[in-house]
Design a protein around this ligand. Structure first.
Ligand code: 13P
Ligand code: SF4
Length: 311
């Protein structure tokens, strides 16, 4: 078995040879975040992929994120350590069902969360992430009806924050966040009464109602480490963020709640990527994201529209 140190050196060597960049989502294992050139949330990593001018993007995250990188940087080779690193939200929203909805409701503006397939993005008018969903919806004229897909909790949160009634929300959910139970949060809060609560908007409404801060993974990290003076925080998102939280605010205490699905707070898809698989994907340039040019061209427009929305 190769030691982690040797493996790390080999990955860095391969990265140089391939003129590659390594991007890692905040939910990745600490050793993947450590070796990455950039860590971030979906929005930040999309921006990083767009501005990259090397040859290979090794995307440590889930497949839809790597597809987004490919769409924004179509001449680069985009590889992911594990092909099966999917997302329950993507699975909940097949493109043919979105097409069927559009046929029945041609007047609706389709706003899709970035956690969708490239085919669904190609059917959408504008994309959003958890960082900018409210601003994206506010950029659409108030009288226009909206289909928001696929996350039911983010959709309901956006509905509440914008005060718009003309939003139909798809019924998809994240298997990690949607199964964080409010009763476990209440229990933890009772054990740590001075702790504040930061939550990702994919959490259920009863969890979000208890939160002192709601935001994307990068938003949560920023709030916990540099915006709130709180010394103890309950963090309602995937536990991969612990790595940045502890590095940036070593003196603070962070608590995580187990969900009902795995009795943990880990995304099983995100955790499929490993240092060994990163090494193999840089060596073999596979698994590689390949998409039809037409799909990429259609999907790029709604992503570019999102990137143009002022935060
Ligand atoms: P972020 O947009 O906050 O990175 O979230 C992505 C995600 O998959 C959350 O579960
Ligand atoms: Fe998808 Fe949820 Fe995993 Fe994020 S945490 S990648 S939304 S399954």
């Amino acid at each position: 078995m190769v030691s982690t140190r040797t493996l790390t050196e080999e990955i860095l060597e391969l990265k140089r040879e391939r003129k590659a960049i390594i991007l890692a989502h905040h939910y990745q294992e600490p050793e993947l975040q450590e070796i990455a050139d950039s860590t971030g949330d979906s929005l930040g990593l999309s921006r990083r992929a767009k501005e990259f001018d090397g040859e290979v993007i090794a995307f440590c995250g889930v497949w839809f994120m790597a597809e987004t990188a490919k769409i924004l940087s179509p001449t680069r080779t985009v590889v992911v350590p594990e092909r099966e690193a999917g997302c329950s939200l993507v699975d909940s929203c097949p493109a043919d069902q979105v097409r069927a909805f559009k046929k029945l409701h041609p007047d609706h503006v389709v706003v899709s969360y970035i956690n969708t397939s490239a085919d669904v993005k190609a059917e959408s008018d504008i994309i959003c992430t958890s960082s900018n969903a409210v601003q994206v919806v506010n950029s659409i004229p108030a009288e226009k009806p909206i289909l928001f897909c696929p996350d039911i909790n983010l959709g309901n949160y956006v509905k509440k924050m914008t005060g718009r009634q003309n939003i139909r929300v798809w019924q998809g959910a994240c298997i990690v966040h949607s199964t964080f139970p409010a009763r476990r949060l209440t229990k933890l809060k009772a054990e740590h009464p001075t702790a504040l609560i930061a939550a990702h908007p994919e959490c259920p409404q009863d969890v979000l109602r208890m939160a002192d801060f709601i935001g994307s993974t990068s938003g949560i990290i920023k709030w916990c480490t540099s915006q709130t003076p709180a010394e103890e925080i309950i963090v309602m998102t995937e536990s991969g963020v612990k790595h940045s939280l502890q590095r940036l605010a070593p003196g603070k205490k962070f608590y995580f709640v187990d969900n009902e699905n795995c009795n943990c707070s880990e995304c099983p898809y995100m955790k499929m990527n490993t240092l060994e698989k990163l090494h193999a994907c840089l060596r073999d340039l596979a698994p590689r994201v390949e998409l039809p040019v037409e799909t990429m061209d259609r999907a790029r427009l709604p992503i570019e529209r999102m990137l143009a929305v002022k935060l």
